[in-house]
Design a protein around this ligand. Structure first.
Ligand SMILES: *Cc1c(COP(=O)(O)O)cnc(C)c1O
Length: 239
């Protein structure tokens, strides 16, 4: 059993081993796809894990941290304010949490509806910050678990691009259950190209998690969001 205390040597070794494995997978997937390693950013998804793990990741050279709940993320962002990190908000986002999220997030991966765009824009302006936004796509055309229908993506992208305080940065998706991830990620790549045709700066394609990052890189992912493969399986009810 791993002991999870700040500065714990065995935890640092454990995370270093996870990181080495993930790095090897990313490098292999890049080679296979004829892409440069530098084209893919590793976002370490640290939900349910303590700030001490984020400090270890930072010491090991990871600069991009992903969280999916504001209650947890806002505390960790404060606790790690001295570190040179980029904070990614990757979870479903309610409008009543937007003011808090706009205070620390550099990129919100889960923008999937007009009301959220408007709320984020107001919050970013109020905070005097620019927040990068990705349009989250429901690749199975079912917005129940978050994400916009593919048909609504161009309109949402235009709306973000026209909103003060926001910067349209790209698109994001989670591979639907029960479908080969590569097929789903190919549709995401197509949507990303369509968005980029009218918004050349929207270069981010956020796709791929512990189980499918290889397929995501094969289909053009620029950001992979990895938790379990770096930090170990999450326990429920940790915080
Ligand atoms: C938790 C989470 C991840 C990381 O998932 P793992 O399978 O643990 O790598 C990626 N993306 C989102 C949106 C998540 O909520």
């Amino acid at each position: 059993m791993a002991i999870r205390r700040g500065g714990d040597v065995s935890r640092e070794q454990e995370i270093a081993a996870g990181l080495a494995e993930v790095e090897a997978r990313i490098a292999r997937a890049c080679r296979a796809a004829g892409r440069e390693r530098g084209e893919v950013t590793l976002v370490a998804v640290t939900k349910t894990y303590p700030s001490s793990d984020i400090r270890i990741l930072a010491r090991l050279g990871v600069r991009d941290i992903g969280e999916n709940r504001d209650q947890e993320a806002s505390v960790k962002a404060r606790e790690c304010a001295d570190l040179p990190l980029t904070w990614h908000f990757v979870g479903q986002l309610q409008t009543n949490k937007v003011r808090s999220v706009a205070g620390y997030a550099h990129l919100v991966h889960s923008v999937d509806r007009s009301r959220l765009v408007q709320a984020l824009s107001r919050a970013a302006e109020r905070a005097g910050r620019e927040v990068g936004c990705l349009v989250q796509v429901a690749l199975d055309d079912d917005p129940a678990r978050g994400g916009a229908r593919p048909v609504d993506v161009p309109r949402l992208a235009d709306e973000i691009a026209g909103s003060p305080g926001l910067r349209l940065a790209g698109v994001m998706a989670v591979a639907p259950l029960g479908e080969e991830p590569g097929k789903a990620f190919a549709r995401l790549a197509e949507l990303a190209r369509a968005v980029q045709a009218s918004h050349p700066g929207a270069t981010i394609v956020s796709a791929g998690m512990s189980g499918d990052l290889d397929e995501a890189i094969a289909h053009g992912a620029t950001h992979v969001r990895v938790g379990t493969a770096l930090l170990g399986p999450r326990k429920l009810f940790v915080r």
